[in-house]
Every structure is written in structure tokens, then in C-alpha cells.
Design a protein around this ligand. Structure first.
Ligand SMILES: [Zn+2]
Length: 468
């Protein structure tokens, strides 16, 4: 930036009055998920998949704002976990893996939830969630369901490969992205010439045939994960586990999530998977309670030993100095991308009272906000619209922008507040004389006046990551 922006002065009072802003006010945070679900559909963040056909349970589509938010989150993870680290490599593997993968991982045998059917209404429920089943719509004289005995229901989604439909052509959509990191471990380590300790990261889709998808996108059947598997010597597993738990908490705070809505929850010994030595969840306080958005796990050598056994390939490594041959231990960090997006949206949602009217504002951090700036001519006439459009076209090459000339300026600000756009740039009659504009801050609603030439740098600086 060439010079600091000028604080609003007397000459700018007109523009300020037109935008009808008030200074500080009380904010109310999100209490009911319905309010967020409705805003997300209205503004195009997230809405049901196949909406015109009545939707499909457990599947969601990200709209124009949602995809930008999600991409910003993924890019932040990739930058921090993969690109900035000489000790981490990234990969992108197929969604369908060799079926033996899921035998080795234990998913074929163990990846299931207890399921019960109601003989009357034919609805299916998770046996551990029957208190939420509600009344049965199909029985006379009682509202109780007629439940079957519980049975285990495997959560992997199946598909057929090729033209034949025998057992040999059966495959699974991956239930987690990490398994191909283990099966590709040797190839990636050798091709990238990495030495232990090092990690492999991947972002991608995974699928679970959830019996009861719920809480908006929180528990859905198709979702995205960002996973890191970090391989280390057995003597260093505690140290790396401790390192990654701290590193991952910092990540979520840096995203702009309210620190008081984040906590680390350590799993009790009875909660741990049998191969897991230690596990900690990063949890966020949603309106429906504390829930996991990321898991950090000490998986020991379970994965590499199982894939060695099932593939018949030695996945061990030899220490170049001591010549010790061993299976590395794995520390895993696994982020639910959709869950973290949902946490960001819940966290950002605020309702405020401005001049007796309700303002809904999404206070997303400028780094992850879908649109960085909106360009708004005060009025359409007198060449202001043309000037604003030309200006927006220039900014658009540097960061995502939005142009809006429809309706009163106050209403346009409100639309951008709901979209989470951190800056609104208003061109007024003074702009024609002195090439200055006002830049309105979404959260404080305060405006600064600055030369048009300074706007791009001003906004880029606000949207760039904080470096330490
Ligand atoms: Zn029933």
C-alpha cells in the first residue's frame, strides 16, 4: 500500500447518510440451524442436491458462494500442510481402490452401524438413536414403531466395475481418503526421495451410506476430507502426535473461528479404535452441540502392517545410518472439509439491529470470504455505472468481486452482508472529480475514503494470510 486510507471526513457525510449506517450495536449469534439453512439456500452457499426432484437425502450442492468458500478452505489447508512443508508431499488418488484395500483396512468387516427396521412404516433407524425416532405414522392404536432386532449395516457404498455383474466386479466408493496414502506410501517415498519422518497429504471425496444423515451438511453421505498421514520412527510417535495436535488447533483459529467455540477432546481408552494409541478431536460448538470437525490419531503401524500383509509387499523402511529395518508409525490428521465449512458458516452468522431494522451479516474472515469486494455506483445515471463497471472489471483480475447497481445503496449493502463480502466500494459524484471512493467495512460498517488506485492493494492486504 502506498499510503494509509483517509478516515471519513465532512465531505463524505452525504455518502454515509445514504448508506444509513449506525455505529456499534449488539450482535446475536446463530441459535437455530434453520436460519442458517435458509440463508445458505437464499444466497447460494449450499442447498439440497437435485432440489427440483425433491432432493436426495444426505447429498448437498455448493452454489456460487459455497464453492468459493470451500475452495478457499481447501487452498488454505493445502498451503499450510503440503506446500509450505518440505517434509510433506501431496497426492490425488482414485476414488475407487482395489477391493482388497478395504479388506486390509478392516472396513469390510467392521465399518458398520447397528440398524433396525420398523415393520409397519418401513423406516430405518440407527439402533443407537431410537430416542429420536418419533412416532410411527403407520400403526393403529399406538404411535410406537414395530422394531426388528438390530443388525449390522455396512456403511460403504458399493458399485460395479465393467460390464459383468458378478462378485469379482464389485467395488466400493472409498470410505476415507487415507487408505490409498498407505497403499501408495512406498511409491511416493521413493519417487520424492523423502526420508522418515515425512508425511503425505490428500484432499478428496469420500462416501458413507449413513443410515440417518442429519444436521444439514454435518452428517452426509458424500463428503470431502483433507487428510495427512505423517510417518515417523517408533521412538518419535509421542513427539509428533503432540506437535500435530498443537499445529492443527492453530489452523482452525487462524481460519477465524471463535476460539471459545473450539476445544480439543481427548478420547478415553474405551473410545479408541483397537489400532489407535491416542486420539484427539478438534470440536466446534455448533447450535446442535460440540461436534468433531477434525481428528488427530496415533495409528501406530496398523495400516502399513495390514497393507504389507494383504499385498505381500514389504512397506518397511531401512534407516540409512543404523540399517535398522522397521515399519514407520503413523500420526494422522483428518479434517472434515464440509464440517469445517459448516463451522465457518455457523460462526460467521450474526444478527444485528441497525436503525430499528434487522441486519443479517456473515462475518467470514476476509481470507476465506467467497467475494472479497463489491463495487456499487451510488446511482446508475450520470456515467457512474459505466465508471463502476470499468473499475470492477479491473479488480476482478486480482480477486473475486461482484458488481451491483440494482436498488437503494442500503439494500445492496445488506445483500453483500449476507454474502459475507468484507468490503463494499461505493462510487459517488466526488469520484468523478477526484477519483476517490468509499470503502465500507462489513463488520464495523465504517467507511474510509481513498484513491481508486489504492483500493486493490488495500483489499489484498486485508485478505492475505497473517504470517508469523
Ligand atoms: Zn414405524
Amino acid at each position: 500500500m502506498t499510503r494509509p486510507p483517509r478516515v471519513i471526513g465532512e465531505a463524505d457525510i452525504l455518502a454515509r447518510l445514504m448508506s444509513s449506517v449506525a455505529p456499534t450495536r449488539d450482535s446475536r449469534r446463530l441459535e437455530r440451524m434453520e436460519d442458517l439453512v435458509s440463508l445458505c439456500a437464499r444466497r447460494g452457499f449450499i442447498f439440497p442436491s437435485s432440489e427440483i426432484y425433491g432432493g436426495i437425502n444426505g447429498f448437498w450442492d455448493y452454489g456460487p458462494l459455497g464453492v468459493e468458500l470451500k475452495n478457499n478452505l481447501k487452498a488454505t489447508w493445502w498451503q499450510r500442510v503440503v506446500r509450505e512443508r518440505p517434509d510433506v508431499e501431496g497426492i490425488d488418488t482414485a476414488i475407487i481402490a482395489h477391493p482388497r484395500t478395504w479388506e486390509a483396512s478392516g472396513h469390510v468387516e467392521h465399518f458398520s452401524d447397528p440398524l433396525v427396521d420398523c415393520r409397519a412404516c418401513k423406516k430405518r433407524f440407527r439402533a443407537d438413536q431410537l430416542d429420536e425416532a418419533g412416532p410411527c405414522p403407520s400403526r393403529e392404536g399406538t404411535s410406537d414403531h414395530d422394531f426388528t432386532e438390530a443388525r449390522q449395516f455396512n456403511l460403504m457404498l458399493q458399485t460395479q466395475i465393467g460390464a459383468s455383474e458378478d462378485a469379482a466386479s464389485m467395488a466400493y466408493l472409498r470410505a476415507e481418503t487415507c487408505q490409498s496414502i498407505f497403499s501408495d506410501f512406498k511409491r511416493v517415498r521413493e519417487s520424492s526421495r523423502q526420508k522418515i519422518p515425512f508425511g503425505i497429504g490428500q484432499i478428496g471425496k469420500a462416501f458413507r451410506n449413513e443410515i440417518n444423515p442429519r444436521n444439514f451438511t454435518f452428517r452426509s453421505r458424500e463428503f470431502e476430507q483433507a487428510e495427512l498421514e505423517f510417518f515417523c520412527h517408533p521412538s518419535e510417535r509421542e513427539r509428533w502426535f503432540d506437535y500435530w495436535r498443537r499445529e492443527r488447533l492453530r489452523f482452525h483459529i487462524d481460519l477465524g473461528l471463535d476460539a471459545s467455540s473450539l476445544r480439543m477432546r481427548e478420547h478415553g481408552k474405551d473410545e479408541l479404535a483397537h489400532y489407535c494409541n491416542a486420539a484427539i478431536d478438534v470440536e466446534y460448538l455448533f447450535p446442535f452441540g460440540w461436534q468433531e470437525i477434525e481428528g488427530i490419531h496415533d495409528r501406530g503401524d496398523w495400516d502399513l502392517s495390514r497393507h504389507s500383509e494383504f499385498s505381500g509387499k514389504d512397506l518397511g523402511v531401512t534407516d540409512p545410518q543404523s540399517k535398522e529395518h522397521y515399519l514407520p508409525m503413523v500420526i494422522e490428521t483428518s479434517v472434515g472439509i464440509d464440517r469445517t465449512c459448516l463451522a465457518l458458516l455457523c460462526d460467521a452468522y450474526h444478527e444485528e439491529e441497525v436503525d430499528g431494522e434487522k441486519r443479517t451479516v456473515m462475518k467470514l474472515h476476509p481470507r476465506i470470504a467467497p467475494i472479497k469486494a463489491a463495487v456499487l455506483p451510488l446511482v446508475k445515471k450520470d456515467g457512474l455505472a459505466d465508471m463502476a463497471q470499468d473499475f470492477e472489471k479491473k479488480l476482478r483480475k486480482k480477486f473475486p468481486t461482484f458488481y451491483d447497481q440494482a436498488g437503494a445503496i442500503g439494500r445492496r449493502y445488506r445483500r453483500m452482508d449476507e454474502a459475507g463480502t468484507p468490503f463494499c466500494i461505493c462510487l459517488d459524484y466526488d469520484t468523478k472529480d477526484d477519483q476517490t471512493v468509499t470503502v465500507r467495512d462489513r463488520d464495523s460498517m465504517e467507511q474510509v475514503r481513498m484513491p481508486m488506485d489504492d483500493v486493490a492493494d488495500y483489499i489484498l492486504e486485508k485478505c492475505s494470510p497473517e504470517r508469523d
